[in-house]
Design a binder for this molecule. Structure first.
Ligand code: ZN
Length: 231
């Protein structure tokens, strides 16, 4: 054992709190789980909104297609009626033949259009259904986002640990050593300073130190505060 520093077992958690607070302060603080959840839901909403937009566009396209078919059908019906009307007066056989042929073509095209229209109505029902599903999912997501935002708003401000108060409790000798070599928890297996799992002999050595002393990590040399394995 290189060093063993006296620090009463009552003060050891204070040193550990100080070390962990200063380590946390040295790292940029990432988003908290509630903030991550809100960000994920917001990103999900963007993707779903884009899909909902596509679903709406597909409905719009099909509505235009139906209008086009209906307009074509109206034109053909006028043509067919016009042919019929002309046929009542026309006596020239060649001319009658042309009119009859045109009337037949119009009727046949109208029949095609009616079957197209039927298909388009089936399709638009499915497309509207899809659009409404997206709408319902967006509504549900909005509710989740509201709840997530409330959770974020309700988060307590990030607690700044009063490290001066912690330092004031600790003996100068320990503090100056801590400032040199830092301190970390040891859970019976792993040093939380270097995250190395110590071999059994070294673990035993660390654990054998007096309860009112701080052993050092055989690997990284940091002061070790022994904590229960669960921590
Ligand atoms: Zn270590």
């Amino acid at each position: 054992m290189a060093t063993a520093v006296h620090l009463s077992r009552e003060l050891q958690p204070v040193l550990l709190e100080l070390a962990e607070a200063e380590r946390a302060a040295a790292q940029p603080s990432g988003p908290r789980p509630e903030e991550r959840e809100l960000a994920e839901l917001t990103a999900k909403r963007e993707r779903l909104a884009a899909a909902a937009n596509s679903a709406q566009l597909a409905v719009d396209d099909m509505e235009l297609e139906i209008l086009r078919i209906q307009e074509d059908e109206r034109k053909l019906k006028r043509r067919e009626l016009d042919d019929k009307r002309q046929l009542t007066a026309e006596t020239d056989p060649e001319r009658r033949k042309d009119l009859e042929h045109d009337r037949y073509a119009a009727k046949s095209r109208i029949a095609d259009l009616l079957s197209e229209l039927k298909e388009a109505h089936n399709e638009i029902a499915a497309l509207r259904n899809n659009r409404d599903n997206h709408g319902a999912r967006l509504d549900e997501l909005d509710r989740q986002i509201d709840a997530a935002r409330r959770a974020v708003d309700a988060l307590p401000p990030r607690e700044a640990v009063d490290t001066d108060r912690l330092r004031a409790k600790l003996p100068d000798k320990v503090l100056s050593l801590y400032d040199d070599i830092s301190a970390a928890a040891f859970n019976g297996r792993t040093c939380k300073g270097c995250f190395i799992q110590l071999p059994p002999a070294e673990r035993a050595e660390v654990l054998a130190a007096d309860a009112d002393e701080l052993p050092t990590c055989p690997n990284c040399g940091t002061l070790l505060v022994r904590v229960s394995p669960a921590e």
